[in-house]
Ligand binder design. Sequence first.
Ligand code: G3P
Ligand code: MG
Length: 261
Amino acid sequence: ESNVPGRHIPLVVGHRGNSGFAPENTAAAFAQAAVAGANMIETDVRLTADGELFLFHDETGVRTTNVAQVYPLRAEDPITSFTAGELRRLDAGAHFGPEYAGEPIVFLSELPAALGFELGVNLEIKSPVSSPGVEQELALMLAGNRDWAQLLETQQLAVSSFDPASVSRLADLHLPAWQLVSTDPDAVLLARTDPRVRGVVADHRCLTAQGAAAVRAAELGLWVYTVNSDADTAAVLALGVDAVITDFPGNLLAPAVAGGP
Ligand code: G3P
Ligand code: MG
């Protein structure tokens, strides 16, 4: 909440960490998001072939890991077809720059320690259809892990998905569920949205003033992704959003949010 009357200062959420400056979804990117002043990080959750939750955006490891060197015959296979032990052999940092060589894929159980217990977390469920049971695994892991219990005592958690069925399963499990959308969140869409959701996470390129007003009228939170330019930041701030997901959380804290000199 803003301490300036009439101004609404949104949460700053580092998209895949501080991913403009560090390899996405790695401990380095999460640590940098904290230093940049982010309030939260957004990260993508998938399930390994042997049932461990890990943080990874793409469907394969080709773009962001050395899978082609380590497992040449399986490089194009879904990243979720690998076991946790196999994924631990991959480098998820070198693709971004030699100074990040050796950054491993992060497992969800390790995230609180990687964050230093400072930041809130937006977990995006990435593979709900190909990984049935991923929401249940998540709920079990959060409930049974001491580091997560400690993080959740003080920090925020939001769990999101583009898949409405996955969002409903999250709500069934009493997790704070948010609906991701890649269209303007109009009244028709909101009528179809699970009434238990806390809010909508919208693509800023689709969000109109009418869409923002519809979300407000439904008494839902409104977050936007992925906002990287000053012009786009100004536009979403004018719509009064509650959180801005960005690859450059440090930039977002500059004059546009602070209110200028
Ligand atoms: O959660 C917001 C945003 O991350 C959704 O798109 O493809 O970057 O995961 P993507
Ligand atoms: Mg994401």
